[in-house]
Design a protein around this ligand. Structure first.
Ligand code: NAD
Length: 497
């Protein structure tokens, strides 16, 4: 009988009241491995109620105790990261080493959150007026909602909940229904680390659960990561219901290659950033802008490297795993046909590959398409698969103009040995995260992650200093301790003497 994954509410598994479920696949086998329950609005309401009750004590728990829980959680993650990576691979499909890398990048944010006593120190101004002091403190928001995508089931929730919890909030997480088990594993690990029941809760499901969170009066904020149309919807609905919202959306990331670049470094980087995690990364490189005359030589180097990649079951030491669902695999493969009819040249066709895995796995090999017209959906759409497009441009300026004319602004990279060009690029490009000879410039945990334009809705990026600001609100206190001299009546606006 197929296992059914419950919600995680108040420190334990909870079937909820809903009767709807969704299939969870093992993408390398192409079979349903379990079912996941879909929460009703009533289930979400109950989880939020429990989180609200828990927030009274957790928000008043000493910062040292909260920090100790984070340290303990870090130790558990460190000791058992292979176990978490294995669960992740079995539901997402990414290869084990990549899954371990995802956990490691999430762990960075946990380590950042361990420094919360330092990060939330307020400011103090003594004697702003005679015998009057002013100071500011950072308070938790209460119950915070997190809604995460399928492509980073461990790392993306970890961008948010360690900071939310360490600052004294309680959490209701709605993970992707496509790879939901990681969230329950995290819930159990946090409990083992000493987190009180009700501080971290998971409700599984789809739009019904998301809408219930977005409109619930006791949810103070929403942190969302997913595709742009849903991010926009989440931002508009959440803010219309009075919430603080950060909603990170989709991407179409370009790598600009200048003629003086080291083409071997470029080819390695393009293959790693284009095909790692089968291109299912919001920071994947999907367009290579080759400033002529480098395109032919570069394509040759990339094709050679692609020939050595092994696509197959992520548990068996392959380079690249399957796509998340058959439907998504077919959608991505459809772009290869579109490329042909739009006049592009398919250099390597991933449909023709050999795959090291079960016949029914959701396979698509690495694909390279040259001379992609910028009018083609292959150039314009976020494909979110192992498809790397090459667009040939005649100058640096043409390349930057193309990048800046697109709707997204998540990540980009320039490859060059010219420091002046790189410096000019970092200022001229309208993208939130920029790599200079670095293909996937995901900032470390003590900076913040987020793009520009349709890649983010809201004012706060994820994690780092902006994450701390997002999950706290500041209170300014003006105090005077009793003093023998009294100022008497004065209806004027307070000034300082
Ligand atoms: P998605 O938008 O389909 O789903 C994201 C979340 O929204 C999931 O929890 C899902 O259940 C929920 N959802 C889906 N449809 C909904 C609807 N109609 N109403 C309300 N909620 C809904 O995204 P995905 O396919 O899981 O993830 C891939 C996308 O996420 C890509 O576009 C990728 O670029 C983006 N992404 C962005 C970042 C970033 O930091 N900018 C990071 C990772 C992924």
């Amino acid at each position: 009988m197929t296992e059914t994954l419950d919600h995680w509410i108040s420190g334990t598994t909870d079937p909820g009241e809903g009767t709807r479920t969704g299939p969870v696949y093992d993408p390398a086998l192409g079979v349903v491995s379990k079912e996941v329950r879909f929460a009703t609005a009533g289930d979400v309401d109950r989880a939020v109620g429990i989180a609200k009750e828990a927030s009274k004590a957790w928000g008043n728990t000493s910062i040292t105790k909260r920090q100790q829980v984070m340290f303990a959680f870090r130790e558990i993650l460190n000791q058992r990261k292979d176990e978490l990576a294995a669960i992740l691979t079995s539901e997402h499909g990414k290869v084990l080493s990549d899954a371990a890398g995802e956990v490691a990048r999430g762990l960075e944010v946990v380590e950042f959150a361990c420094a919360m006593p330092h990060l939330t120190k307020g400011a103090f101004s003594q004697n702003v007026s005679t015998d009057v002091d002013v100071y500011s403190i950072k308070e938790p928001l209460g119950v915070v909602g997190i809604i995460s995508p399928f492509n980073f089931p461990a790392m993306v929730p970890m961008w948010f909940f360690p900071i939310a919890i360490a600052t004294g909030n309680t959490v209701v997480l709605k993970p992707s229904e496509k790879d939901p088990s990681v969230a329950n594993w995290i819930g159990a690990a946090l409990k083992e680390a000493g987190l009180p029941d009700g501080v971290f809760n998971v409700v599984h499901g789809d739009k019904e659960a998301v809408d219930a969170l977005l409109t619930h009066p006791d949810v103070a904020s929403i942190s969302f990561v997913g595709s742009t149309p849903i991010a926009k919807y989440v931002y508009e609905t959440g803010t219309a219901h009075g919430k603080r919202v950060q909603a990170l959306g989709g991407a179409k990331n370009h790598m600009l290659v200048l003629p003086d670049a080291d083409l071997d470094l470029v080819a390695d980087s393009a293959v790693n950033a284009g095909f790692g995690s089968a291109g299912e990364r919001c920071m994947a490189i999907s367009v290579l802008l080759a400033v002529e005359p480098v395109a032919d030589e570069l394509i040759g180097k990339i094709r050679d490297r692609m020939g050595k990649l092994v696509t197959g079951d992520g548990r068996k030491g392959c380079d690249m795993g399957p796509l998340i669902t058959r439907e998504h695999r077919d959608k991505v493969a459809g772009y290869i046909d579109v490329a042909g009819s739009d006049g592009a040249t398919v250099v390597v066709d991933g449909r023709e590959g050999k795959f090291e895995g079960a016949d029914d796995g959701f396979w698509l090999g690495p694909t390279l398409i040259d001379k992609v017209p910028t009018t083609s959906p292959v150039y314009q759409d976020e494909i979110f698969g192992p498809v790397l497009s090459v667009v040939r441009v005649s100058s640096y300026t043409d390349g930057v103009e193309l990048i800046n004319s697109g709707p997204y602004g998540n990540g980009t990279a320039i490859f060059t040995n010219d420091g002046g060009a790189a410096r000019r690029f970092e200022r001229e490009v309208e993208v939130g995260m920029v790599g200079i000879n670095v293909p996937i410039p995901v900032p470390v945990a003590y900076h913040s992650f987020g793009g520009y334009k349709a890649s983010i809705f809201g004012d706060a990026k994820a994690y780092g200093p902006q994450g701390v600001e997002f999950f706290t609100r500041e209170k300014a206190i003006t105090s005077r301790w009793l003093d023998p001299s009294h100022g008497g009546i004065n209806l004027g606006f307070p000034t300082h003497d």
